[in-house]
Design a protein around this ligand. Structure first.
Ligand code: NAP
Length: 240
């Protein structure tokens, strides 16, 4: 039995490939999203209760291998898996899509975290900000009184928000035409994104480049030292 720690397109793709091949697979989701896209095979939903309980869960369910295919910004579950898998004697592989790289025509400003992203908005004197960093951590932007924010996330935010904003509930994949239209209609002059990587949410970067809009890119958090592959194909090759 393979456990996939999921919540990403790659995790769903891996579950599909294993299920298609008749391999037993169980995907784990955190339960953050109200109507998650369920992967093929079995699914379980909700936290494990920390690394010790995850280790017990791995033993109790006779898990043969764990693939941590969680989002690059989901640092706690990855840290938990890096402790629990060795404790339970189960091999662990990380499946992580590469981050995005700026091209010569991009105007990117990399920052270490969301607080630094909020400071960068003020530094740029931005008036109309497209905020795509997700629902969690929006409180970092709440003190910013002046700029207007277009906040795009999958489910309604539950934290304090900046005074002037509109929430756009949507989930990728997004198209270049759609992103162009959003930037134009809302007269966006700054884009804020996490360095999530992958194709599903990349068109906003292309649209920002076309319009010469600066992009504040939040760097990925530090990760535990776990063997890592960038593609579903390589994760499949590693599995027992
Ligand atoms: P996180 O900060 O690393 O996790 C917080 C806690 O939620 C973990 O300690 C764990 O609880 C539980 N958890 C997280 N992912 C889990 C999973 N796949 N299965 C079971 N429990 C999980 O994670 P997060 O940033 O809140 O992300 C939550 C989920 O959303 C992840 O599955 C991730 O792949 C997905 N996601 C995150 C982002 C993002 O920007 N952070 C974006 C897209 C998708 P216990 O300690 O109790 O086990």
């Amino acid at each position: 039995m393979i456990l996939i720690l999921g919540g990403t397109a790659e995790a769903r793709a891996l579950a599909q490939r294993l299920d298609d091949a008749g391999r037993p697979v169980i995907s784990s989701l955190a339960g953050r999203v109200a109507r998650p896209r369920l992967p093929a095979g079995e699914t379980r939903i909700g936290g494990f209760g920390g690394p010790d309980r995850l280790a017990t869960w791995l033993r109790d369910h006779d898990i043969d291998a764990v693939v941590d295919a969680t989002h690059p910004f989901a640092a706690r579950i990855s840290a938990s898996a890096a402790v629990a898998a060795p404790a339970a004697g189960v091999p662990l592989m990380r499946l992580e899509r590469p981050g995005w790289t700026a091209g010569p025509d991009d105007d990117w400003h990399r920052v270490p975290d969301l607080d630094a992203a909020a400071a960068a908005i003020t530094r740029h004197g931005a008036r109309r900000v497209f905020l795509t960093s997700g629902r969690q951590g929006l409180a970092a932007f709440a003190p910013l009184a002046d700029p207007w924010f277009l906040i795009r996330c999958v489910d309604p935010p539950e934290t304090d928000l900046p005074a002037r904003h509109e929430v756009l509930l949507d989930r990728g994949p997004y198209t270049l035409d759609g992103e162009r239209e959003l930037l134009e209609r809302h007269r966006i002059d700054l884009l804020v994104t996490k360095d999530s990587g992958g194709d599903h949410t990349a068109p906003k970067l292309d649209a920002a480049r076309e319009r010469g809009i600066p992009v504040v890119v939040v760097d990925r958090p530090p990760r535990p030292a776990v063997p890592t592959v960038p593609t579903v194909e390589e994760a499949l090759a590693w599995l027992p």
